[in-house]
Write a protein that binds this ligand. Sequence first.
Ligand code: SAM
Ligand code: MD0
Ligand code: SF4
Length: 351
Amino acid sequence: MIDEIIDRAVKGEQVGVDDVYELMSISDPKELDALYEAARRVRDAKFGKKVFTYGFVYFSTYCKNNCAFCYFRRSNNEIERYRKDREEIVQLAGSLKDAGINLADLTMGEDPRMYADDYKLLLELVSAVHDEVGINIMASPGALPREMFPRLREAGADWHACYQETYNRELFSKLRLDQDFDARKNQKIWAMEAGLLAEDGMMIGLGETVRDRAETILEMGSTGCQQIRAMTFVPQEGTPMQMLTPFDSTEELKAIAVMRILYPDRLIPATLDVEGIAGLKTRINAGANVITSIVPPNRNLAGVAQHELDIENGNRSVEHVFSMLDEMGYRRATSAEYQAFLDEHRPRGGA
Ligand code: SAM
Ligand code: MD0
Ligand code: SF4
């Protein structure tokens, strides 16, 4: 039964929500291995042994939102926040580029200072990194008004990342408090209309059902986002969800594998932000082809789900990640290879 669904999916034949539900329900170790093995085959056929690498620059941890799961939510007033200036951001992006990282993910909370004067500061920072560094850029600034997307593209961003977390509306309203489901859903469409590539993502372990997971995977895939991800929820001190029992990574790994088999040519991250470097191998083995949340030490930078884990000890550093990849028999993609992917997949919206 499972073999038959995997076969059909690999051949690109029709796979419905019931089939995805079956795959996401697998618990037998042999069947899990078969799922990961099929995902690796699909990935390697499309991408060979190359893996893309993204550096993470969380440049402002101020946020006007109050997402129930997030350490950086507005009401968490116990925490130390920071906002990096233009010079430091340019320098950080430059060191990522020099180290051979393919992209800088410029991420922030919905910081009112960045949003002021029609998003002046945000656009300036993106332009500065684009003009002065010339590394590929993902902007993760939260939800924007539609008219901002062409401007973000003009400033030099390649990507806009904005994760729906779940396509269950009711659950969404309990997680992203006072935020508009449809406006967030439209972010991906507006980004692609403006010629940006778009990333969508789901969170796992927040009270969703297996069926919700299956539906969310299909929703994320059907919008056509060029990058899709799953991240296991990590409970955060000082938030309403701090007492939730954390999941291990199995559901995330299954989601990575299922997304890979259903959507062979998409970018699918192995994030270091959930289990640190210890979680890299399993995610690559499940079919991921991008390593995200590489964070240089000694820069006083935070992660999101794991704001400290493996950062200052250098385990999330460029050098360490590259040597782990080698050990696994994979290799990091060159910037020319990354550029070729972008050129091939960039929506023909604007520029
Ligand atoms: N503030 C912007 C936004 O919310 O779109 C961009 C950055 S936000 C911190 C990036 C993503 O991190 C969220 O969309 C969510 O998927 C993930 N995230 C936040 N807190 C998390 C947690 N405690 N565990 C796992 N993932 C988390
Ligand atoms: C990551 N910590 O890649 C980052 C973050 C935002 N675009 C990405 C969640 O895991
Ligand atoms: Fe703010 Fe993003 Fe955290 Fe929500 S997930 S509280 S928008 S930083």
